[in-house]
Design a protein around this ligand. Structure first.
Ligand code: PEP
Ligand code: MG
Length: 841
């Protein structure tokens, strides 16, 4: 049965062509036609038509070929809804046969004609007839001889004459391309890029502009920006006597476009064609409101535009392009904000190898995904997951990666492969998840069975040894190389400032140390939303004192040890206040169970006994006494604060004294103090009473005044439910969704990893709720807490400070729930600022 012709449309200015029915390429070509640009005649086949073709139902080929006249030469290209979803490779030179060959010999000369025929036979044999490429391995590079050899090989292999009828050739090409779209690899690859399961493929059949023949003939691509930096610079290549994207292979004969000291250029060779191209590309940018790459062919000096593609870009260039389009008035600032995927900023924010630092290059490959990371070599995805579970950074090394490696890639800090290029699996996935990645390192001898790599200079690196992957420059470096924090250029700053102009929910950072605070400030966080003070106690010099405190027998002894901890804490707070320069800092009081500070093995106990001058048995007994069956639900958070109040008293004093000290230099500091793990209103009352007393004492002692805000961390379900009782006692409520998720699900945040992947695989949970906020359950508690808290205290400030605070989806949820700010790890601050801005556009 022949399918309906309505899905086969000649692209004209008024034809019914839509990206959602015919794909992005067909739509783009129509736009170029509307701009009167020199586009060869093109027919678009809709998704529906292609689906029918895959099922064996062909359109009327006579009607399809009619617009192209007698003896046409054609090409077919994929046109998926989103060009990023890919599609089968283009097929060129369809329609060539013995008769046309004779004609072309007259018109173009024998060499060009034979070249065209040979290329078609080769691609038809491999991609349509699916012959083993080896069959054509011995074909001569001389086109005429090669052609007769290729035809003979084809016929010998298939026992059929090479198809001569253009309708048959086109039918078979369309069928094979339509079916390739349904293949497993193609499906997995596009789904990894976010394509829906039922994503459609359109095809465009286009009259071929010949890049071979007499006069200046060739093909190439042009764009007006650099794809890596977004800098405005004409880039691209041109190759005389070539077709398709051959010029991009970058052989010695390919030309620069613009005059260039490094070699000959199209501008010098064919200045008129160059000028025409430049103006076409600029017109595409302006009228299509997007930075475009022109794919062109020059036929006897005349330029044809075969296609316009959105310029491929990394995150840095995406930001640069969006900002420059807005600055040129082509798009609005709001559109510019929407054009950058918030998570893509991660790539831009990644570390890079310090160019000044000494480095030892082991090998080179293709830098397929930017950023740099160091880790121990592992040779399998399973080993990568195991290393990750042990908390070790690892580099996944594979000959090439496949979909089964994706989990391993998520577990690794970087990936190195022997095979592949910029669009190989490892490269595509690596870029997608922002993982530094070097592919195609074929100079390295991958001895996977021996668990080792032999480098080009003979050095052997074994599993477990550290290397550094520089995915920006395609380098494999020995050992751990010093890395630089991410570079943020002027366009990034501009985009971020536009985001801040429209954003209506603030973004703070979770920062525990002065170093974190510096990153937070550099990323323009509105303040610190969570400073976990216990991290300070884990530092080497603090730890011993902390242990002494735990071993103190009496309140007086404890107070004496805390006297020694006080200046350490105070110094930490002064540093953080100074770095934040008057921006709010929310300090969370001591939270973990005490036993976390004690050594776990005999050697550690012995060391502690020596340090404290106690019998070993005393130490062991105390450690045992402090151990709990379920420490995360035991003696931690405010429970320590209530039962051993001296610790919180000391922290309050350190905060107040630091406040006075830091306020001397500028704006008065108003610290925010947050009580963790609250479940009962009375807990807040008790802490508040003691803190007010400490504040009075500090004011009296110093003769200086200050204010502070007290708040509660809502991280037990009961605190969320009783937020109405708690809110009148405090200035703010901050939802700690890590513990809240743990307690809402009854799911240990430290142990859930063991079965989480199985749970997600079987669809028990749609996603890991520790990564993606469970809107239905935990989210409902957030809403209840926010509503009850606000109703009881309309001025109460609401925020989230669990890991979810940096996820664009969670930010949308919190904004809807009326939160004042989100707080996330410092490196996620720009992502959160942009995501928050996008919610208002
Ligand atoms: C939380 O529980 O969400 C939280 C931010 O605190 P922590 O992760 O320190 O328990
Ligand atoms: Mg918590």
């Amino acid at each position: 049965m022949q399918q309906d012709q309505k899905n086969v449309t000649l692209i004209t200015a008024d034809a019914e062509i839509h990206a959602t029915t015919h794909g992005g390429r067909a739509k783009c070509l129509q736009r170029l036609v509307r701009l009167d640009l020199p586009v060869p005649r093109t027919i678009a086949l809709s998704f529906e038509a292609v689906q029918s073709i895959a099922a064996g139902d062909m359109p009327d080929m006579k009607a399809l070929l009619a617009p192209f006249g007698a003896a046409p030469l054609l090409c077919v290209r994929p046109s998926s809804e989103d060009p990023d979803w890919g599609g089968p490779g283009a097929m060129l030179n369809i329609g060539i046969n013995d008769a046309l060959y004779v004609d072309l010999c007259d018109k173009l000369g024998e060499v060009a004609a034979a070249e065209i025929y040979l290329r078609f036979v080769q691609s038809y044999a491999i991609h349509v007839a699916r012959l083993d490429p080896d069959v054509l391995d011995d074909v001569s590079s001389d086109p005429k001889l090669g052609l007769s050899q290729a035809l003979r090989a084809y016929e010998a292999e298939t026992e059929e004459k090479f198809p001569q009828d253009p309708a048959v050739q086109l039918t078979e090409v369309l069928r094979s391309m339509a079916r390739a779209w349904g293949g497993t690899t193609a499906r997995l690859l596009r789904q990894a890029k976010g394509a829906p399961v039922d994503a459609g493929l359109g095809l465009v059949v286009q009259e071929l502009a010949l890049g071979l023949g007499q006069g200046e003939c060739g093909s190439g691509v042009m764009q007006l920006v650099n794809s890596q930096t977004g800098e405005r610079k004409i880039t691209g290549r041109y190759l005389s006597q070539s077709q398709g994207r051959e010029a991009l292979r970058g052989g010695e004969d390919s030309l620069f476009l613009e005059r260039d000291p490094r070699g000959p250029s199209l501008e010098e060779l064919a200045p008129e064609a160059f000028e025409a191209l430049k103006s076409y590309t600029a017109m595409m940018r302006e009228k299509l409101r997007e930075e475009m790459q022109a794919e062109f062919t020059i036929e006897d000096g005349q330029v044809f535009l075969l296609d316009g593609l959105r310029v491929a870009r990394n995150a840095r260039a995406a930001v640069g392009i969006a900002v420059s389009l807005a600055e040129d008035g082509i798009i609005t600032r709001e559109e510019a904000l929407m054009r950058v995927e918030p998570r893509a900023l991660n790539e831009l924010l990644h570390r890079q190898v310090d160019p000044e630092a000494p480095r030892d290059i082991l090998a080179r490959g293709i830098g397929a995904s930017p950023g740099a990371a160091s880790g121990k070599i592992v040779f399998s995805a399973a080993d990568a997951q195991a290393a990750h579970a042990r908390g070790e950074a690892c580099v996944l090394v594979r000959r090439e990666t496949s979909p089964e490696d994706i989990r391993g890639m998520h577990a690794a800090v970087a990936v190195l492969t022997e095979r592949g290029g910029m669009t190989s699996h490892a490269a595509v996935i690596g870029r997608g998840i922002g993982l530094p990645c070097v592919v195609g390192a074929s100079d390295i001898h991958f001895q996977v069975r021996l668990n080792q790599l032999t480098m080009p200079d003979g050095r052997v690196v074994k599993a477990g040894e550290a290397i550094t992957i520089d995915g920006t420059n395609g380098l494999v470096l020995a050992g751990e190389t010093p890395l630089l924090e991410a570079a943020r250029d002027a366009s990034f700053q501009t985009l971020m400032s536009w985001a801040d102009d429209v954003r209506d929910i603030a973004v703070r950072a979770n920062a525990d140390t002065p170093g974190d605070a510096e990153v937070a400030r550099n990323f323009n966080a509105r303040g610190i939303g969570l400073c976990r003070t216990e991290h300070m106690f884990f530092e080497e010099d603090h730890l011993t004192v902390m242990r002494e405190m735990i071993f103190a027998d009496t309140s007086e002894d404890r107070a004496a040890v805390l006297e020694r901890l006080l200046p350490m804490q105070r110094a930490d707070f002064i540093d953080i206040f100074r770095i934040m320069q008057g921006k709010p800092v929310c300090i969370r009081l001591f939270d973990p169970p005490l036993h976390e500070f004690l050594p776990t093995d005999r050697a550690g106990h012995l060391q502690l006994a020596e340090a404290l001058d106690l019998p070993l048995s005393d130490v062991t007994r105390r450690v045992e006494a402090l151990s709990e069956y379920n420490p995360m639900l035991g003696m931690r958070g405010v429970r320590v604060g209530i039962t051993v109040p001296e610790i919180y008293d000391m922290q309050a004093r350190a905060i107040f004294e630091a406040t006075i000290e830091a306020s001397r230099e500028g704006e008065p500091v108003v610290p925010e103090i947050m009580i963790p793990l609250v479940s009962a209103c009375r807990e807040v009352e008790l802490v508040k009473t003691r803190f007010d007393a400490v504040a009075v004492a500090v004011r009296n002692e110093t003769g200086r005044d200050f204010t502070y805000h007290l708040g509660v961390m809502v991280e037990t379900p009961r605190a969320a439910l009783r937020a109405g009782d708690i809110a009148p006692l405090v200035s703010f409520l901050s939802f700690g969704t890590n513990d809240l998720t743990q307690m809402t699900y009854g799911l240990s945040r430290d142990d859930a990893g063991r079965f989480m992947s199985e749970y997600v695989k079987q669809g028990v949970y749609p996603e890991d709720p520790f990564h993606t906020l469970d809107v239905d359950g935990v989210g409902e508690l957030l809403k209840i807490g926010a509503e009850r808290g606000r109703a009881a205290n309309p001025d109460v400030v609401l925020s989230i400070c669990g890991e979810h605070g940096g996820n664009p989806e969670s930010i949308a949820f919190c904004r809807d729930a009326g939160f004042n700010y989100v707080s996330c790890s410092p490196f996620r601050v720009p992502v959160a600022r942009l995501a928050a801005a996008q919610l208002t556009v």
